[in-house]
Design a binder for this molecule. Structure first.
Ligand SMILES: [Zn+2]
Length: 247
């Protein structure tokens, strides 16, 4: 992926799937569909609610939160009024649950938010909140199946730790052979080139904190476990999948 692709400003690395309908990195198609088939055999309907998201979409989400037009939650998942916060605090609060435009793993197409489509078909509206994936929650059974099986297909969960940085997101899966190589390319300079003058609200506060934001919210993720799966090897043979920055 080049600089524009890493920051969601170009979609040359992305392909569109019809079933299930989603946009993902070209290298993710086969392992994701294989995992989805296996999940189907176990009785689940593994459906992406969000996969590739471009810079513009992330900018809209960010700006709506910054202006208080979209719900913002604190660390404990409670609604907060961002309008009452000074701009720096506002930026830090939004970052708990939303990526900075240009810094979202969804720009890479390697990361997918999933639900069990069986429940959605029966009218359940997913909120993408941790209790839905815990014991007793509607997606607990799928989550359990993923715990046991996702590594086999090269996937892992990058957000499992409470505390500093992004809060736990059990719905967010990442295809390690692509994302693990993309991560170190997310330099402060790259993020700055995506943010400066592109209409992201809170720009001054963001740029003043960029090294901190990168350390905490971009690099502060779980490392993928060692994988010896067929899908991990499949990708290791194709180093051209993730190219170094070219621009
Ligand atoms: Zn996600």
């Amino acid at each position: 992926m080049d600089a524009l692709q890493l920051t969601g400003r170009d979609r040359g690395h992305i392909v569109s799937l019809a079933t299930p309908r989603c946009l993902v990195h070209a290298a993710v198609v086969e392992p994701f569909l294989a995992m989805r088939d296996a999940a189907a055999r176990a009785g689940f309907d593994l459906v992406p609610v969000s996969a590739f998201r471009d810079f513009e979409r992330q900018r809209q989400i960010w700006n709506a939160k910054y202006r208080g037009e979209r719900t913002v939650l604190d660390r404990r998942g409670r609604r907060v009024d961002v309008g009452a916060m000074v701009p720096g605090k506002r930026v830090e609060t939004i970052l708990l649950w939303s990526a900075l435009p240009g810094a979202s793993r969804h720009h890479w197409g390697s990361d997918i938010d999933i639900v069990d489509g069986r429940l959605v078909a029966r009218g359940y509206k997913p909120r993408l909140e941790a209790p839905e994936y815990r014991r007793g929650g509607p997606f607990a059974a799928l989550s359990c199946w993923l715990d046991l099986n996702l590594r086999r297909y090269g996937f892992y969960r990058p957000y499992t730790r409470a505390g500093a940085g992004v809060q736990p997101e059990p719905w967010h899966l990442s295809y390690a052979p692509v994302s693990h190589r993309a991560l170190p390319l997310m330099t402060v300079d790259l993020l700055m080139s995506a943010i400066r003058g592109t209409g992201v609200q809170g720009e001054t506060e963001i740029l003043a904190r960029l090294p901190w934001i990168r350390d905490r919210y971009v690099m502060g993720v779980d490392t993928p476990p060692r994988m010896r799966s067929r899908w991990a090897r499949f990708n290791a043979r194709r180093p051209a999948m993730v190219r170094p920055r070219s621009a």
